[in-house]
Each structure stands twice: as structure tokens, then as C-alpha cells.
Design a protein around this ligand. Structure first.
Ligand code: COA
Length: 244
């Protein structure tokens, strides 16, 4: 999936958020789609934030709805049972950093820059940035990035645990995304979906993640893929998973 507004550094306007929402509805439903790589068009940016020309028009009444609708779309990415990888090829600022963080993994090019610069505009992150950044890199660094608005480069993001890999060029980064995605989609799909649920349970205070894990573990034993995976190991052959 390519966010395609390169003349605006792929800034997310309301239409783009709606397009992402519709795309993910299709990704959820279409059994021929096994995984997703999200990137930005052009050479400069993944996504340089929410569209500031739209943000400038917000007031207290519609701003809450603006934030909540974006949060809902980003949660649908995070909770998707198919692996979603962000290929961060340049600026990932504000909503762009938030979009990347909603994905399950992040692969960046060496020119990638990450940041939550909203305080420069007199606002705070609204698409989950304060929460996901803190979950990924801890409070000290999350406070620093959200309060200074500073950008960090790809190697700093790697050191902080914000991203999974840094590759020199977009071509190498895409190859890395495909390598990881192909590895994940060769595993049992039901198990992958349950891993996603369990890891996400950590950030849901209403949910007991250990319980979610035990329930998921038990649910796996009802699948054909569980029988296939265990038999294949015992028979010393490669498993062929069906997603059932
Ligand atoms: N919303 C709307 N338009 C944006 C945008 C955003 N978040 N980010 C970039 N653009 C637009 C610029 O206005 C410019 O449009 P124009 O050519 O019609 O004037 C175009 O994209 C190119 O951006 P420009 O600022 O000229 O590129 P740059 O290389 O000089 O700077 C950035 C790149 C990313 C440092 C700079 O664009 C920036 O700071 N963007 C805003 C980042 C931000 O605050 N994001 C959080 C928003 S909540």
C-alpha cells in the first residue's frame, strides 16, 4: 500500500485516512491478501504528518472526532490478523510516525527521520502517538521526543527499539520487508493472528494478556494447522499450512 501524495510529502488528509480505512476493510476480508507493506510515494517521505492545512481548521468539537476516527483506523491496522510492515522511506513525522507505529514491524531506509513535532504547532499527537511511542521506547525517550518535537534518524530509532531494521536504500529495504513478510506468511496464519492479539493485549488495561494467551494457545489446538505443524515436525518434513 502506497500513501500517494508526494507533493505534500504524503501528509494524511481526511480523505487519505478514509482510503486507508477502506483498504484495511478489504485486507481483512480478502483471503488472497496474506500481508501488507505500507510505504510512501516519492523519495523524501513516508508520511510527513497529518495534513496541517486541515488541522489548522479544527476546533474543540470536531478535533476530538478527528483524533478518534484516525485512532480507530490505526487500531484496525494494529489489530489486523495479517502481518503489516511499514517501509519507512524518509520522513515519518506526527501522523506518519503514528502510522508506522500502528504497523507490526518497521523497516527504514538510512534517510528515514522519525518524530512527533506536534508541539511546534501548539497541539499534541492525536493518532495514538503518545501511547504507542511510550510502549515502544519507554517513558523517558517518549517524553523527550513528544516534548521537544525533535527528529531522530534511522540508527537512533533502531537503537531505541522504535524500528526493526535499517537498510541503506529503498530497494534493499523493500527486499528486507518481503523477506520478513514471506517468512511470517509461511507460518500457521491462525497462530500469527493470535500472536498479534496477545502482544496487543499488553496495551489493553481491560484485558488480561496471560488469559488471552492461554485461550489463544488452547484455540490453536483445534486447528488443522496445529495437526499439520506437529505431524510435519515428527515426520521430518516441511509443514503445509492452510490457515484452518
Ligand atoms: N501537512 C501539509 N502539508 C505538508 C506537510 C503536512 N504535514 N508536510 C509537508 N507538507 C507540504 C509542504 O507544505 C510543501 O507544500 P508546498 O510545496 O505546496 O508548499 C510540501 O509538502 C513539501 O514540504 P517542504 O516543507 O517544502 O519540504 P522540506 O523538505 O523543506 O521540509 C519537512 C520537510 C518534513 C521538515 C517539513 O515539510 C515539515 O516540517 N512538515 C511538517 C511536519 C509536521 O509538523 N508534521 C506533524 C503534523 S501534525
Amino acid at each position: 500500500m502506497t500513501i500517494n501524495r508526494p507533493d505534500k510529502l504524503n501528509a494524511l488528509n481526511i480523505q487519505t485516512i478514509e482510503d486507508i480505512k477502506l483498504a484495511f476493510e478489504e485486507i481483512y476480508d480478502d483471503t488472497s491478501i496474506k500481508g501488507v507493506i505500507i510505504t510512501g510515494a516519492g523519495e523524501k517521505a513516508f508520511v510527513a504528518g497529518a495534513d496541517i492545512s486541515e488541522i489548522a481548521e479544527l476546533n474543540e468539537l470536531n478535533a476530538r472526532n478527528f483524533a478518534e476516527s484516525g485512532q480507530e483506523v490505526f487500531s484496525s491496522i494494529e489489530n489486523c490478523h495479517k502481518p503489516v510492515i511499514a517501509l519507512v522511506n524518509g520522513f515519518a513525522l506526527g501522523g506518519g510516525c503514528e502510522l508506522a507505529m500502528a504497523c507490526h514491524l518497521r523497516v527504514a531506509t538510512a534517510n528515514a527521520r522519525f518524530g512527533q513535532p506536534e508541539v511546534n504547532l501548539g497541539i499534541i499527537p492525536g493518532y495514538g502517538g503518545t501511547q504507542r511511542l511510550t510502549q515502544l521506547i519507554g517513558k523517558a525517550k517518549s517524553f523527550e521526543l513528544c516534548m521537544t518535537g525533535d527528529m531522530i534518524n534511522a540508527n537512533q530509532a533502531l537503537t531505541l527499539g522504535l524500528i526493526n531494521y535499517v537498510l541503506e536504500s529503498p530497494t534493499e529495504a523493500l527486499a528486507k520487508c518481503e523477506e520478513v513478510l514471506n517468512k511470517i506468511i509461511s507460518k500457521a496464519p491462525v497462530a500469527i493472528g493470535l500472536v498479534i492479539d496477545c502482544v496487543n493485549a499488553v496495551s489493553n488495561e481491560q484485558e488480561n494478556g496471560y488469559q488471552t494467551e492461554a485461550n489463544g494457545f488452547a484455540a490453536c489446538t483445534k486447528t488443522i494447522d496445529f495437526a499439520e505443524g506437529t505431524s510435519a515436525f515428527l515426520e521430518k518434513r516441511k509443514p503445509e499450512f492452510k490457515g484452518e
